[in-house]
Structure formats: structure tokens, C-alpha cells
Write a protein that binds this ligand. Sequence first.
Ligand code: SF4
Length: 511
Amino acid sequence: MKGLSKSLYTTFCQCPKAMWLKVYNPDVATDDPALQARFEAGNEVGDLAMGLFGDFVEVTVRRDYGGLDLTAMVERTKEEMVRGTECICEASFALDSNYCAVDILRRTPGGWAIYEVKSSSSSVGDELNAPDKFQKYAVDIAYQRWLLEQCGVKVTGTYLVTLNRDYVRQGDLDIQQLFNILDLKDLVNNEYVKVASNVARAMEVLQQTSEPTQAVGDHCSKPYGCAFWDYCLGQQGVKNDEPSVFNLYRLSGKKKLAYLNAGKISFDDIKNENLSPIQRTQVDCTLNGTQYIDKAGSKDFLDGLSYPLYFLDFETMMPPVPEFNGTKPYQQITFQYSLHYIEQPGGELKHTEFLAKSDGNDPRRELAEALCGDIPEDACILAYNDPFEKGRIRELAAIYTDLSGRLMNIHDHIQDLLVPFKSGFYYVPAMGGSFSIKSVLPALFPNNTELNYSNLKGPVHNGGEAMTIFPQIAKMEPAKAAAARQALLEYCHLDTLAMVKVWEQLRETTN
Ligand code: SF4
């Protein structure tokens, strides 16, 4: 008989259909490109947390093919509990066909405490100040407590372990400071009383041979975004490759669902609705197969630029466990930039770039110095969605005070190439209601294969992949490392070349 795990139980609590699909039709899920990176981050954090209470025994047992041997893990857990082990990691329990593994099970005077480890971050006291944030974890921990108690284990405490977002690394990693332990007793108590009936209902759904019926709704994104969203929307008549209310520019999720529930899906269905000016442009252009250009608006923006003109893009990583002195969990660490530039009107397009060494050292000082050397004082700089670049430069200026004057000069001269698009000056239907550079570029240059991110041959096609691969390079063998660095350079180069092409196209439209 199919049984529950922690993951299946929490999925059931969000949506019974999602749990059923996970078990019986997982192939209809939409791939999450960031999943592997999150999984690896979770493993790194989980491994570090095992040492939080001193000596421990980890009872993980793997079969030859790499999968977990749950039966052996349950047996090992029993042995360690009898032996008097204080701290058991991945402590495993099974009852009937239901199963759970406790990240850290710690002996207490009257029984055992459960510690669930998550790679998210929190501050001391968050569970008291903002308990709602931890509700989703309480569901998971309540299931663990229930299963342990069904197995005859007295549970004396229910805790969540997260990274401490206020920890600043100085020297060696201090894991006592790195982690924040939150007592979720009250939240877990509230959830605990629901577990027995939830498990009974979930088991009924699990034994069903037909897919449960469930319309999409608010629950699809709370507490987690559902991987079956595209599949379920498709069942309700929303086609991925056709314009619909679900790609209307800046329409709230609530309004999208309201339209869907009213049977209004296509742009034709909503053309007479009350829309924002950009939404109106989007709908009209799409239905009529036309583009919209506000020449005066675009010209105003372009007139505000000057030479020398620079096009700047950063790549960053966000290590969950801080790697460098003075950094916190998930702090953005800038390791790369690409810079296209034109020194005078009609001048040649030139390029320079920086990619930090893959030696495990903090790349920021060298990057800040290179940036100050590459961009002359008072130069006009374009970024795409400039709060990101400006934010990173402010951070660098705050750390390297000797460079702060130059860095803030760069900061103060950055303008945002996104402005003409988000101001509604230029729209073509292929943008599909998104003004990210990844949407704007192919929309403006549909036939230019060199300006297509998916044609990049290496393993980096977006910022997420760049963020994931850079810290891994230090551990790669030389040929793979060289290929990864080349892929980073090509990706970031395309980001600023894309900006140059978009700027040129804007200029064309105003002639
Ligand atoms: S998209 Fe919504 S309705 Fe469909 S399985 Fe996921 S949570 Fe359930």
C-alpha cells in the first residue's frame, strides 16, 4: 500500500490533487531549474546542522543504487535509541506504510526533541514576532511528532533550525551563531490535532486510481508554488502558448483567478475590461498584431543619456553559508561584470569584463578596483533593472571606503534601460507582458540567433545558472572549470550586448 512521507503529507495539506499527481503522474510537473541548486544548498546546511549539539550518529543507509534503505534506517534508529545515543540524525520511523525521517532527534530528560532543519533564514525571536512565517514548517513537524508518538516515542520538544540571517562571519565558521533555533511548540500543537484526520484522508486519496478534481485557486501558491500549475491551468482551458489573462502585465494573482472563474481567459474575453494603460497597449497590440511606439517618450529617455556610454551587468552568488569575512547567509557576492561601451557619438563598440578567480577567495575587492578602473569618472552608465546593480555598488562602497567616492560616482550615473519599457513607450506582442531582457530581446530581434540566450552553448543561460556554477568551479577538474568560466563570460557578454542592441533599436524607433 502507498504511504505518506513528510513531503507527501505537507503536499496533501496544500492540495490533495498535487499529492496524487506527485505519486501517480509526476511527469506533468513543470521543471524547476533552481531545484537542484536549492537541494544542494539544503544538503550543505543540513550537514552542518548535524554538529549543532556536539557528537551525533547519522543513521542514513543507502542501497547499492544510491536510494535510501528505509527499513535499515528505521532499525538503526531503534538501535541508537536503545544504546543511549544523545543525538541521532535522519532518525527514521515507520508505521504501517507511513514514514518520516527527523533531521535531528535529541534526547531530553523526559523523551526526545525534534529539530527540523531548513536552509531558509530567520532572526532570533521571529517565531514570536512573525509566527505566520513558520506555519508551513509546523505542518511538517506536527506530522513527525504524530508519527513518532504513534511509534511510542515521547516527544518533548518541536524545534525549527534555520540559518541566522543576522550572523556575520568573522574568521572560522561559528555554527552556534550560524543557526537560529526556533521553538514552534504552539504552532505545532495547533497543527498536531489535525494530523490523524489528515493522514486518514490523505491515505484515501493515495489509494485512488483516478486523479482528484481540484480547480486552481489561492492555495496553489500558498505556502509553496505548485509544480503542477501549468498542467492544471491547461485542464481549465489556459494554453501555455497563447496570450491569456495569466500573462497580462502586472495583473495580480487574485484578479487572474477572478477572470478565470468568470470564464474570461483570452485577450478577446477581456478587451472591454478596465485595464491599466500598459495592459491596454498589450491587449490591443496582441489582438491587432501591431506594435506601439511612443516616440516622444523614448526620445526623452534617450536624450537623458550621454557619452561615453557604458552598458553594465553584474553576476552574483548568494552562498547560504557565508564563505567570507564580514558576510551573512545568502548575502549577494558580486563576482563578475560585463561592460560594453561607446566613447563618443558614432564611436566603435568596445567591450571589457571581469570574472573573479575561482580560488575560493573573496572576489569583491578585486572586482571593485577593476570596475573603478574600467569606468571613467562621470560616465553615463546603463543597466537593465538598475536597482540590482546600484544595490551591489552601494554594498561595495560601504565595505571599501577608500573606493567609495569612485564607486558612488558610478552608482549616481547609472540609468535604467528598463524605463522606456515599463513606462509603456515601446511594446511588441512577442514581449508577452514581460519586460525582462530575456523577453524583450527575442521580441525585438526574433530572427537574430546570436541574440538568443537559448543558443548559448555552455551551461549558463541565465543568472540563476551563473549563480550556481561559479562557486562550484573551484572544485571542478581543469577542463570543466575552463568551460564553465567561458560559459560565464559568454553569458554575461550577451547580457550587455543585448542592452546595446535594445538601446540601438530604441534609437531607430525615434528616427
Ligand atoms: S496547481 Fe493548484 S489545483 Fe493544481 S495540483 Fe497544484 S495546488 Fe492543486
